[in-house]
Each structure stands twice: as C-alpha cells, then as structure tokens.
Write a protein that binds this ligand. Structure first.
Ligand code: ATP
Ligand code: MG
Length: 553
C-alpha cells in the first residue's frame, strides 16, 4: 500500500457528480447530508459514510448537512444525538446546517394530506397480520386491502383524527397507493404513517402520528436541497419509492439517490442494534469501550481521526459488499502513530535490576529523543539510578537460540543509557526470579564498549522515579471473522478480549499526561492515556501492537 496525500480518489460517485456538473444539473451545486438515526453511537461504518458525504461536499465546494433521522422515537435519545455530533466533529468535519427529520413533521403531514387529496394515499385499518398476509411474495402479487378504495373525503377525515389522537396505536395506518402487483415489494402500498404514542426526544408529546423512514427521507432531502443523496446498497430497492414520493408531490427539487456498499469489517460488528446489545448486556464497558468499533471506542483506544479518514479513503468505494480485514485498519493506525506518537519507556511486567557498582544515592538525568526520526520533536530527560526495572521477558535464565537480550553473564544495552552485565540471579523460596544483580560499564554512555559487541537493547525505568500504571491490552472482540454469520453473535464474543496488567511502571515524564495523549512505548506498542487515570495510578490503553502479530487459529 502506498500513501499519496494529494491524489484525488476517483470513484463512481465522483463520476456521476462530474457528469452532473458537466450537463449543468442542480445549477452546478453539490449538497450532501449525513443522516444518522440517533439510536446509538456512530461506528466505523458510519465513518465511511461521513468521510464520503463531507469529503464530496468539500471536494466540489459544496455543503454537507448533519441530519438526525429521528422518526423512531422509542429507540432514540439526546445522549445519542450529543455523541453523534461530538464524533462527527472529532473526525474533523463541520456540518453546514444541523437538521432533524422532526423539523419537518408539519410539512410531512401537509404533504401526506396532499397525497390523500390526489388519491395517492389511503387510511387502512388492516391489522399487521392481514397486511403481511396480503403483501404477496416475490412470485405472487399482493391483495388489495378493502380500505384501498375508501373515498378521499373519508381518508382526509380519518387522517385528521389520527393526528388528533382519536385512535389507538396501530388501529390505522396511512399507506401510499401505488401498486399491489409491483415486482418490487416496497412499492406494494407501503405504510407511510403509523400511530404511536411515544415521547419524542425533540417534539415531546406533540405527535402521536409518526412518518415512516422511506417517506420522510426523500422529502427531507428535497426540502434541504440535497443534490446527491448517498446511502448504502440495501436502499437500492427503495429508490423507486424515493422517486415515486417526490414525483407525486412535485417537490421543487428531486435529489438523486446513489447507493454504495456498506463497510463490513472482520472480527467486529457494525450494527448499532447489536452494539447496543453488547453494551446493555455488559459484554463491554460502554459505547466507548476501546474494543468497540464505535468512533468513541476507537478514540478512547488512541486511534486518531486522521487514521480513520485514511482508512476510509484506502478501502475505497464500490457497489459490491465485501469484508475488509482488520489488518487494513490497524495498518492505517500504525502508519499514523509511528509518524506522530512520542516515544516513551514503560515496563509492563517489571523485574528489578540492582546495579551494584552504581553509587547508592546518585541519580543521573539522561537525554533521550522523543522521536528517533523527528529531531524537531525534541528530547526529554529520564532519570537513571541504582535500581531499575526491566521487562521480565527481557531476561532469560535459559535463553532460546539467538536470544539477544539479557542472560546471566551476558551484556545488554539499556536504551539511552549504559551497557549492563548480569552477574547473579536472586530467587525467592519458590524459585521465582525476583531480582538481578548487575554491574554497569560507566564508559558506555552514548558509545560502544571497547573490544566487545553488545547486540541487544532493552527498555527500562528507574524504580524510585517511575510512575505507577495500569495497562489494558485489548484483543479482538470476536473469535471469528464474521460474527454476523452466527446464529447468535454473542456466542462468539472473545472471552479474552481484555487483559489488565497491574503493577506496570512508566517513565516519570508521563505523570499527569493529558487524557488521550498517545505514545509509542518503545518495543511494546502504541498506547494512550485513559480517562480512568488518577494522579497515583495512570491508566493506558493499548491502541495497537507495533507489528501485525495476530495469529489466526
Ligand atoms: P445501523 O444498523 O448500524 O444502525 P444504519 O444504516 O441503520 O446502521 P443510520 O444511522 O441510519 O444507521 O446510518 C446513517 C448513515 O450511515 C446512512 O446513510 C447509512 O447508509 C450509513 N451507514 C451505516 N452503516 C454503514 C456502513 N457499515 N458502511 C457505510 N455506511 C454506513
Ligand atoms: Mg437505521
């Protein structure tokens, strides 16, 4: 994979727009929208749609609205509205106007009245069971409801009374009068209004009558002057209905619906409904759990907006549904963090090393660079003293072949510091190694030792100066690449998706680092400061390992 920041991604949607501009359609304007339903937090799939809609608007000097598709009040909440706005902004996009489908409830109602007057909609008293039975199948036409021929006057009267709250929930619906024999099931007189007494997070109890998605979406697009209404492939079969509504109503504008393949990412789930289930049933610790594929989860894990945008660009745009490997996302995350994260030393599983020939109460401040490839990011000082901590697995009593780290009687370089030699292993009564007695060569700071080669370099922290930390290691949330294929996706949740390491120590320069600060812990991976951090105990989340070491088993 190569990065070409300046290349304009060419995709089939851009071809459509280029052509529209060439023939002077829409007075040369490009207006898009991102239309989430506020029934959960945004996920990585939404990021694709956000990058696409806002990206296209920006590329053509157009505008993009954020519109809440809030027509299902029972599942929606202001918490979700706030989270969605926060996530879109964090991703780096600014909407032109903030809209809500509920802004249009009055206009939508008037349009429905117009449809009734034109003989294009009718009030139906069929029960849901009758409707289902009369819908027909792919091979059989549907059957008309007895109410289909109700007079316009009666329809108007009933619809007015539906709004006035005279009927029970579900007693009547309003249906578009299209074609019960259409080969497209969506055109077999779809329901466009239903009675539902639910409190709406914006309109309160003003309405007991709510418009359906298909009816609402096209009119909202038209009212906002959207030129290109970009949505996912499952709406392809709804496009004739989209066009029918706008044609019948002769709205001043008629946006063009264009479909693309939704993002599906291996080892995770992109469905708000299922993610909600993971949260509610406590398989994860909230919507922003770093294991979640939500924008908030990725953010808390330490992923940057730039990495997500880069990912969305790389995966491209198609009309074919396909699965993207998690490795592609991780690649983008690593590329970005390798470039931008400051380096630091952290010992996740400490082993004490006492340097016997180092003065007891001496501390030296050693200068190390914040980023080896970027001198402009400066240097910092880290304290070195007699007792230091190294990683347990940077020492081996019985070294495997080609082991370059510390062994008894062997030497290793401490990153940014001296070469030490291990002279003795101290064990507890159970035989566990609890300490190494070492010596250092004072003549090896910033230079190689005389007459001998030291191959290994390991990281370390000074025991007395180090900051205590808890480190949370995350693994894939599911054990199979496609959890959606399971009968119950909850049965393939990875029981080992979170591993918590306590007793970790990080270099003192990290004390008090701001939440969301990102670091490369040398030789270990990329980590980010979690909001659970306190002055005494910092908490770090692993964003991603240094290399792709995922083993399929
Ligand atoms: P979910 O099932 O997760 O709720 P949705 O499509 O119902 O998904 P919406 O809030 O209605 O979610 O989506 C807002 C916009 O984001 C829509 O235009 C939708 O097509 C797009 N979108 C949702 N999921 C994906 C995805 N996986 N890939 C690309 N675009 C997506
Ligand atoms: Mg939806």
């Amino acid at each position: 994979m190569t990065t070409n920041e300046n290349a304009t991604p060419v995709n089939f949607i851009r071809h459509i727009i280029d052509n529209d501009l060439k023939i002077g359609k829409n007075q040369g304007q490009v207006v898009t929208r991102f239309p989430p339903e506020p029934n959960g937090y945004l996920h990585i799939g939404h990021a694709k749609s956000i990058c696409l809609n806002f990206g296209i608007a920006a590329a053509y000097n157009g505008t993009c609205n954020l519109r809440f598709d809030d027509t299902n009040p029972e599942k929606e909440s202001d918490e979700y509205v706030q989270a969605i706005m926060r996530d879109v902004e964090w991703l780096g996009f600014q909407w032109h106007e903030l809209r809500h489908a509920s802004d249009y409830f009055e206009q939508l109602y008037d349009y429905a009245v117009q449809l009734i007057k034109d003989g294009k909609a009718y009030v139906d008293s069929s029960t849901p069971e009758q409707m289902r039975a009369n819908r027909g199948s792919l091979t059989e036409p549907g059957k008309a409801s007895p109410d289909r021929e109700r007079s316009i006057a009666d329809n108007l009267d009933l619809f007015t009374r539906m709004r006035a709250g005279e009927f029970a929930d579900g007693q009547y619906v309003l249906r578009a009068k299209i074609d019960m024999a259409s080969p497209n099931m969506n055109m077999r007189d779809p329901t466009i209004y239903r009675i539902r007494r639910v409190h709406h997070q914006r309109t309160g109890d003003n309405w007991c009558l709510y418009p359906m998605y298909d009816y609402t979406h096209c009119i909202s697009d038209a009212l906002e002057g959207i030129t290109h209404s970009i949505c996912t492939l499952e709406f392809e079969d709804h496009r004739p209905l989209y066009d029918w509504v706008l044609d019948e109503l002769q709205t001043p504008r008629h946006p063009q619906q264009i479909e693309f393949a939704r993002l599906q990412l291996e080892y995770t789930i992109v469905s708000k409904r299922k993610l909600n289930q993971l949260v509610m049933e406590k398989h994860v610790n909230g919507w922003d759990d770093p294991r979640m594929p939500t924008i908030a989860g990725l953010r808390r894990a330490g992923v940057t907006p730039a990495a997500i945008r880069d990912f969305c660009e790389r995966i491209g745009l198609t009309k074919q549904n396909s699965w993207i490997e998690m490795g592609v996302l991780e690649y983008c995350i690593r590329e970005d963090l390798n470039e931008n994260a400051l380096r630091a030393m952290a010992v996740l599983q400490p082993l004490r090393v006492v340097i016997d020939n180092y003065p007891d109460d001496q501390t030296e401040l050693l200068e190390v660079s914040n980023h080896p490839q970027k001198p402009e990011l400066g240097k910092r000082q880290i304290p070195f003293a007699k007792t230091i901590l190294i990683e347990q697995d940077d020492f081996a009593e019985v070294p495997p072949p080609k082991y370059k780290r510390l062994v008894e009687g062997g030497e290793v370089r401490l990153r940014g510091s001296y070469v030490i030699r291990c002279n003795e292993i101290i064990k507890d009564s159970a035989g566990n190694i609890i300490e190494l007695r070492c010596s250092y060569d004072p003549d090896t700071l910033g230079k190689n030792p005389e007459g001998r080669k030291v191959k290994g370099v390991i990281h370390w922290v000074s025991e007395a100066h180090a900051q205590a930390a808890e480190v949370r290691l995350y693994n894939r949330l599911f054990t199979v690449p496609n959890p959606d294929n399971e009968e119950n996706f909850l049965t393939v949740v990875n029981p080992n998706s979170l591993e918590i390491l306590q007793g970790c120590r990080v270099e003192p320069s990290l004390s008090g680092a701001a939440i969301e600060s990102r670091y490369q812990f040398e030789r270990t991976g990329y980590f980010c400061v979690d909001k659970d951090s306190t002055a005494e105990l910092m908490v770090f989340n692993r964003t991603v390992t240094l290399r792709d070491n995922w083993v399929k088993d």
